[in-house]
Design a protein. Sequence first.
Length: 69
Amino acid sequence: MANTLTTGAWLSAPTRKSSFFSRLLRAQIESRQRRADRVVEQYIATHGLQKLSDDGERQISRLLSNSWR
């Protein structure tokens, strides 16, 4: 018991595992974020943008909104 109290192990009690639906939602959100990152990277690579302008942001926004439909 003294070892537990002196090492601080009691502070790091095991946490509850997330529910299936919580993990599923997190995986879906991360997947969509990766997809959005790829779309933006492809747009920048294709158009050779050095600096993101308002027009570039609008085009990327349109690409992302069309890709979710």
